[in-house]
Design a protein around this ligand. Structure first.
Ligand code: F6R
Length: 616
């Protein structure tokens, strides 16, 4: 996830800061939550494009490359969260073509960038960065100079037709000094509509100091803005957007949360986008095949992580076994000493950490390395300690997560690991080519299943949160994959709501835990596709002790027929086990969020917890 912005003003006195460079830096500050490993701006000044950019946070870069001394009336800016190419001065946006006639900023992933880049290099284009974005600058240049008669907008459309993936672009072109071109597909982009000033941005906070009138762009739309004009096109048609202009009434306090009361809720809502970006990123990651082959060839596969990341690791173990027929050995990273004696050179450790800095996981990685094991890391932060110390690193594209509770990083970890399990099963010969494609196609639906589960479950969750806010204890149960998802659901309730929530496989009740169940004791069931008959039995068993039963399920009728007075937590429908995490987990994330709000706690900063644990 990155943040992009562009502003074009009629006269200098329309700027709220002393210079255009300073203005772009302040607008980017409002998008810093979307990424903060490198920053850059490009402006048109006296008929030339000036670019200043560097690795680092906005304030550091701003004073290092002195944004404030750059002036002009039209400019673009970018704050980066690295995906293709590590954070560096060269990989920071904006990017430009060979002759420096245009500059562009991008949020998204160009899946087919590698093929386009090779082709452009053969034609003589020279690249300065390792990013996917830079190909777009050269692709437009290539097309522009093939035919002198072409207008920029037509060329832009031709280039957009050639790239695959997701994008929000803002582009300036030397020959048209008061215009910003834009295009959107799958990544967010809005237009800020002002008077003698117009803007484009990834998100509303970046435009609010100039206007509270916005147009949210739709996929496939592209066009341009000047200080007084807005042109939006879809295909060859001009779009009439007048009825789409919205007025925003956010205040300064909630602006960085994009109108949400808390980061946690915002991040729960960001999951569909993060999942889509992660899926596209995996499809365009040239390392995945090599990593999978290394896993197939390894003698033993160990899996480690802490907290939520460990729970994602258990989902990996499940699918690696179900799809790939391969056993693996998960362990909680702080317990590495239980297994590190057994390690040999042919083994491989899959280390999962969203921050890439958790000391327990880093220590496990180091101990495995000493014993000769290969390391594959899964992280959300490029160039963090764990990926740096690994032989192979895979990155999720969840974007920065600010709320202490892991939400979007969990589901993107699960998606990444399930993707690898599918690759494994294919390379190991357990899935035919067509089964492999079918499985990937199913996994590509993770984003929409998450989106509809959030929508369907939220009203019910709000209601149940009122009943549960005074509970001292609850069980969250499932079987098979459901028992693994239950662990993550229970962790959310513990850390955000300070309620004792215990997860265990539902079949275990009779071996002890059911002794705690008395009238009114809440018991949740994650009602998965498999083991339905047994789950119904477990629900009845708990109901007969007068526990209050809640069931997350897309098939309410089946539960009602069999267990009468269960409280249904409706979620999205799905037809494959692969999609179960995305259907069930959002409901429990929302449940923990709303219980916390009901009790007047701050879900973003739960007591006694830190986002990244760097002490043993
Ligand atoms: C739970 C949570 C923690 C982390 C754990 C590992 O919501 O956030 O349990 O999952 O501290 O952190 P990372 O993934 O950064 O290694």
């Amino acid at each position: 996830m990155c943040g992009i912005v562009g502003i074009t003003v009629k006269e200098k006195n329309k700027l709220k800061d002393k210079s255009l460079g300073k203005t772009l830096a302040s607008l980017l500050k409002m998008l810093e939550y979307r990424g903060y490993d490198s920053v850059g701006i490009a402006v048109i000044s006296d008929g030339n494009i000036i670019i200043r950019k560097a690795r680092g946070k906005i304030d550091e870069v701003s004073s290092k490359v002195i944004f404030s001394e750059i002036d002009g009336l039209t400019g673009i800016g970018h704050t980066r969260w690295a995906t293709h190419g590590p954070p560096s001065d060269e990989n920071a946006h904006p990017h430009t073509d060979c002759k420096g006639t245009l500059a562009l900023v991008h949020n998204g992933i160009i899946k087919n960038f590698y093929i386009i880049k090779k082709d452009l290099q053969k034609k003589g284009h020279s690249f300065k960065s390792e990013t996917d974005t830079e190909v777009m600058a050269h692709l437009i240049e290539d097309k522009l100079y093939k035919s002198n008669s072409k207008v920029f907008l037509e060329t832009l459309k031709e280039a957009l037709d050639e790239i695959e993936g997701s994008y929000a672009f803002a582009i300036i072109y030397k020959n048209e000094p008061n215009r910003i071109y834009f295009a959107k597909k799958l990544s967010p982009l809005i237009i800020g509509v002002g008077k003698d000033v117009n803007l484009v941005a990834s998100d509303i906070p970046a435009v609010l100091s100039y206007t509270n009138h916005i147009i949210p762009l739709r996929d496939g739309e592209y066009g341009w803005i000047t200080p007084n004009e807005i042109v939006i096109k879809y295909g060859d048609e001009i779009v009439d957007f007048t009825s789409r202009i919205k007025t925003i009434d956010w205040n300064v306090e909630n602006v960085s949360k994009a109108g949400y009361p808390h980061f946690m809720l915002k991040e729960i809502y960001e999951q569909p986008l993060s999942l889509r970006e992660t899926f596209f990123g995996l499809q365009s990651d040239p390392n995945i095949e090599r990593i999978t082959e290394r896993l197939v060839d390894s003698e033993k596969i160990y899996i480690t992580g802490a907290g939520t990341s460990f729970h994602a690791g258990l989902v990996f173990r499940y699918f690696l076994s179900k799809l790939g027929g391969r056993s693996s050995f998960p362990f909680i990273s702080s317990e590495y000493s239980q297994v590190s004696e057994e390690i040999g050179e042919k083994d491989i450790l899959v280390a999962i950490s969203q921050s890439g800095e958790t000391i327990d996981t880093l220590t496990a990685v180091r101990s495995f390395k000493i014993n000769g094991s290969g390391i594959v890391s899964i992280s959300n932060v490029l160039e963090s300690a764990i990926p740096r110390e690994s032989n192979y690193a895979i990155y999720m594209r969840a974007g920065p997560e600010i709320g202490v509770a892991a939400t979007k990083t969990y589901l993107t970890q699960v998606l990444t690991l399930t993707y690898i399990a599918i690759q494994y099963a294919h390379i190991a010969g357990r899935l035919t080519d067509s089964e492999y494609r079918d499985h990937l196609n199913i996994l590509s639906k993770a984003s929409e299943i998450t989106e509809s589960s959030i929508r369907i479950s939220e009203p019910l969750v709000k209601m149940y949160a009122k009943d549960l806010k005074s509970s001292k204890s609850m069980y969250i149960l499932g079987r098979g994959l459901g028992s693994i998802l239950a662990l993550e659901a229970a962790l959310k309730v513990k850390e955000i709501d300070y309620i004792h929530a215990e997860a265990y496989p539902a079949g275990e009740s009779k071996h002890g835990p059911i002794a705690l169940v008395e009238p009114g004791f809440p018991v949740f069931f994650i009602f998965t596709l498999n083991h339905r008959k047994e789950l119904i039995g477990n629900i009845k068993e708990m109901r007969s002790r007068e526990g209050i039963i809640y069931v997350s399920t897309p098939t309410a009728d089946m539960i009602r027929e069999n267990t009468l007075d269960s409280r249904i937590l409706n979620i999205a429908s799905y037809h494959s086990e692969i999609l179960e995490p995305y259907a069930h987990i959002p409901a429990y994330q929302l449940l923990s969020y709303y219980i916390s709000v009901e009790n007047g706690h701050d879900p973003d900063k739960p007591r006694n917890l830190a986002k990244t644990v760097t002490v043993e």
